[in-house]
Design a protein around this ligand. Sequence first.
Ligand SMILES: Cc1cc2nc3c(=O)[nH]c(=O)nc-3n(C[C@H](O)[C@H](O)[C@H](O)COP(=O)(O)OP(=O)(O)OC[C@H]3O[C@@H](n4cnc5c(N)ncnc54)[C@H](O)[C@@H]3O)c2cc1C
Length: 392
Amino acid sequence: MKFNFVESDEHKMIRETVEQIADDYEDEYWQEVEQGAEPTEFWNDCADAGFLGTAIDEEYGGEGMGLEEFAMVTEEFSANGCLGVEMLFVVNVVFGAVTLQANGSEEQKEEYIPGIVDGDLNWAMALTEPNAGHNAPEMETIAEEDDGEYVINGSKQWISGVEKADKMLLAARTTPVEEASKRTMGVTLFLVDPQDSNIERRELDVGIPTPEKQFELSIDNYVAQEEDIVGTKGMGIYHLFDTLNPERLIGSSGAIGIGRCALDRAIDYANNREVFDGPIGQYQGLQHPIAEAYSELHGSRELVRKAARMQDEDYDPREVAEVSNMAKLRASEAGHEACDVALQTHGGNGFSREYAVIEMWKGTRLAKTAPGSSEMMKNFIAEHTLDMPRSY
Ligand SMILES: Cc1cc2nc3c(=O)[nH]c(=O)nc-3n(C[C@H](O)[C@H](O)[C@H](O)COP(=O)(O)OP(=O)(O)OC[C@H]3O[C@@H](n4cnc5c(N)ncnc54)[C@H](O)[C@@H]3O)c2cc1C
């Protein structure tokens, strides 16, 4: 299915390299990954091609390109059937290398980024809490300063990839919300060892295909040092813009790519399946939803790339968030709608794992809820972009 109408020579080269790698990994490979197999060969191929460092500066072992190219890589892998690749990229590369590049100390950058880019280090990020959810400033995990050390207690929920992570970015309050000058102040980001015995984990029983497992964490007197702080103490929520905007855009790129992949398969199926006279693809009842979903994917992608360029060109993080939230809203809805149309086109066969469309449908449904739900994207647009009263 034709999708890339305008692309530079550099982008064409990236796309072709992605296609070559993706070609080696069939649906069965991704089905095994979602059942718990490690995608080690795929990850090594990505590292060898430089894709884990697409948006990372050359001095830390990256390719020195931007988030726009990283978004492109993610979309193309997804469009070529590498299901769940956006979660692998978000958890390890965005939560790790991209976050440290934006806000880490020089020592943290040198110590960790090259290992992530080489595919040797795995990462995780613990923000969400059972009692805070989207209301992150109300987090209850607290880091109390004690003689230059920080003793951390609390709980986190829905944290991906903890069991194999070498390091985890953890958000905790260093000033209780009641004592902070603003509710968005007083949160600090720490680099912690997720395998420490003071961090207990319990795997969640998750009903959708993901290449990373999810966990609930109990943190009981974990001790962090001053040098484990990422960025400035108390400014964690503001630093998180540099993590959550890229997270949204890489997630969105995955949703668009999966939507493309599903539509591609739907067109192929519709043009070959005959039920009455001729292929089912000749019916406008099937053609129009496919054409609509296709054009929605195009529009969403433009927004995603625009937000990524704004991030690359160092626009004000608040403005990047405004466009990123619009992009995330449109991309997750368009990606899932494309999968829904593809599922309908496949009739009963859509529900067979053989065609993988049902996996795509479930995977893109997640994008409407996490990271950041469609409702919260709309809340942000209304309040911050359109100057309407806060509704909650
Ligand atoms: C597979 C998976 C992997 C994840 N991985 C990670 C991870 O690695 N690290 C991490 O920190 N988190 C992770 N998360 C958590 C994810 O980011 C949150 O689940 C998501 O942000 C939603 O938070 P919540 O589940 O607490 O929902 P809630 O905040 O409880 O929201 C529930 C519902 O209420 C709606 N709602 C809430 N407030 C409002 C409002 N003011 N206006 C309108 N509607 C509202 C929401 O839109 C949503 O539909 C993961 C989640 C999943 C499902």
